[in-house]
Each structure stands twice: as structure tokens, then as C-alpha cells.
Design a protein around this ligand. Sequence first.
Ligand SMILES: CC(=O)SCCNC(=O)CCNC(=O)[C@H](O)C(C)(C)COP(=O)(O)OP(=O)(O)OC[C@H]1O[C@@H](n2cnc3c(N)ncnc32)[C@H](O)[C@@H]1OP(=O)(O)O
Length: 399
Amino acid sequence: MNDYTVRTIRPDETRAAGDLFRSTLHLGPVKDDEWPYAERMHQPQRGIGAFDGELIGTVRSFDTELTVPGGTRLPFAAVTGVGVRPDRTRRGVLRAMMRAQLDDFTTRGVPLAGLYASEAVIYGRFGYGAATVTRDFEIDRRRAALRPEVPAGGEVSLLSADKAVERLPELYANLLGDRPGRMTRSPHWWPGFERALRRAEAPVTTVVHHGPGGADGFAQYTVDRHHWSQPSEMDVWHLEAANDDAYAGLWRYLLGVDLVDRIKVPGRPLDEPVELLLTNPRACDTVSVDDGLWLRLVDVPAALAAREYDGEPVVLEVTDPFLPANSGCYRVCPDGVSRTDVPGELRLTVDALAMLYLGAWRASALATAGRIQPAEPKALARADRLFATTVAAWCGTHF
Ligand SMILES: CC(=O)SCCNC(=O)CCNC(=O)[C@H](O)C(C)(C)COP(=O)(O)OP(=O)(O)OC[C@H]1O[C@@H](n2cnc3c(N)ncnc32)[C@H](O)[C@@H]1OP(=O)(O)O
């Protein structure tokens, strides 16, 4: 029996909800001078709390859009702030909040939701699947020289913190492109960016790349340098380029920053050709490859219909225990997606479908792991082709 209730967080409870979430991550309450930023990150009516007399759990989201293969952008609920008080865990509080939140997305007609998972074992049961894969890499700057044929790039210029806050939202929107998994950054995302920029311990540097058509890329980084005799590290927080020239120009700049020994770049797309810029590709080390965005197809027919496909039809039999209206057979082909009574060729749960959806995982790889059960084994090769994408799925926006 549940001895708690789940309801929408009131505006006067927002700060307590934020602090509860922080405490579950072993962080202290938000400081008074940071609250003006943090408050703007909470979209009204999107916070959910569990109460048993006191607030014991919280989850929230903000509205944005996600690019799906083919370039269409779908409404997307960015889920964050998930936490349950440690003296109330493992009694179904998260499950009850996920129920309320996914029901709310369904009622409001939001086809996709996603999150970054603190642990990879939590969200599959609610239908979320790891739908992008990211790479962290590090460059030994002292060994990294650019190959002669690398494009020269354009001019790179510094941007003050005030100008970064003012100009980057529009610049980011202009260079978003159509890579699957990319998301628009809502007015509830940028305050976190501003807080990080203005409150960081080390100075944050923002640079913009200018091509023939104007600003077409930017990067942001800090340099950790304690003592002249110690190696110093650059941490690249953001690197966005609309084209190859901007990408090369930004790397030419970053590799040229003085008094830096190592450049650390987390959470990048798998197909980023950074090694190919270097005369010695081994100056770049992959440090880890991890799950990135966890995606939830809230409305399976709408989500399947919105993306592009290539190749021959496949019939998928999808099971969604948490949102059973999604369960059923779908005929998927480049001409469209329709529900069908024809028996499914490939059986899978909705979290595995999310792993397939942006093209990060091949159907045959999911079958190898038992995540897809093929009633018709030949359908795997067709599904591999149908769901393949020309560029790797990548979100690049942490929330
Ligand atoms: C998107 C984000 O914000 S990521 C941040 C997530 N937050 C954190 O990691 C903070 C620390 N952890 C917590 O606050 C909590 O442990 C939570 C939110 C992860 C889980 O909350 P709980 O109320 O304990 O989850 P609940 O009791 O509803 O569990 C639901 C199911 O998930 C499982 N589960 C929940 N958390 C975990 C975990 N950390 N590891 C393994 N299994 C877990 C439960 O065993 C249960 O399994 P079942 O479906 O077989 O019954």
C-alpha cells in the first residue's frame, strides 16, 4: 500500500524540490546567489512531487524539441531532477512519479521524452532506452600538430560572458543542423548554462568562429593551471560547428592556446573525425565510450511515422508494459508506418525500440544481445538498413 501521494509541485515548493534533488546527488542546497538562475530552470507545471506529509521525491521536465532521422523535429520532454529521499527509496516512489509524468506527456500529446541517467539500470523498466552513444577523448597537445591539408578555417574571436549569454542561444539555434538526437535548447536550459559560465571556479572562455556567411561555430572551455611546473588541462565544455571549416578553425584555435598540456573533451559524437586532423592520430586517446541520451517513445505510432527510412518493409511487434496503448504490430517502410494485424517479424520491447530509433544500435546487434527476438531472422538485415542513419546520433546538450 502506498502511503504517499503524487502531485504537481506548486511554485512555492520549487526550491525545496530542487534542493531535495540536489541532496539525492549528495550536493548541498542551492545558494541564494545561484537561485535566480536555478529558479528559471524549472518550467512551471512540469515539476512532480511525492509527499507523505513531507516532500520525499521529485521529478521534472521542460519542453523542447528533438531531431529525428530525416531532420524532423518532434516535441520532446527533457526529463531531469529525478530524486527520492534516501530514507524513502525502493518502495515505488520513482515508479509512481514516472507513472504520473508519462501519463501527463500522453495527455499533452508529447511523442518523445528523454533523460541522462545517473545509473544505467534504472530507466529501462519505464521504457527508456540508451539511444545515443558518446565518446570522451583527450588530446596530448604537445604532440598534436595539424596535418597540412586541414582547412584553414576562418577568424576566431573571444566573446565576453555577457555577450555569450546574449548571443549563443541564437547562434546555437542557427547551427543545430539535422543530426539525429540533437535538441533545441529551451529558455529553461540556458539559465543553467549562464550559471555555469558566471559561477565557475576557473575563468570560462568563449570563442566564436566566423566563416564567409558570419558566425558558424563556437567553443567554450576552462584551463586548469595550478603551478608553472605542473601540467595544465583544458576542459572543453562546448564545441559546435556548422561546417567543416568551422570545425577545423575551432580546433586550430584550441590546439594553439598557450600553456595547455592536455585537452579533455567529454560527451562527443562517435563519428567525430578529430584524430584525422592530426599528423599523429595517437595524440588523441579515447578515454571512454558511454550511453548518452536515454529516449522514451511516448507515442510509438507518431514517433515511428516522423522519421525517415531506407529499404524494404519490416513488421515490428512492440511490447510496452508501462504504456500499453503502444503495444502492437507496426509495418515500417519508407512509404510510411501503419499498425497491422500481420504477425511481427521482430519482437522487441519499447526500450529496445528507442535504442533502434535514432540509429545508434543496429537491429542485428540488439538481436545478438537478446533485446530483439526475430520470428523471421531475415528481417534483421532489412531492419538494419531501414533504421540506419548517415551520421551518428548525438544529443550534445546535457540537462
Ligand atoms: C534523469 C535524472 O535526473 S538521473 C538522477 C537520478 N537520481 C539519482 O540517481 C539520485 C539517487 N537515487 C535516487 O534518488 C533513487 O534511488 C531513484 C530515484 C534512482 C530511485 O527511486 P526509488 O523510489 O527507490 O525507485 P522505485 O522504488 O520506484 O524503484 C522502481 C524500480 O527501479 C529499481 N531501482 C530504482 N533505483 C535503482 C537503482 N539505483 N539501482 C537498481 N535498481 C533501481 C527498483 O529496484 C525497482 O525495481 P522493480 O521495477 O523491479 O520493482
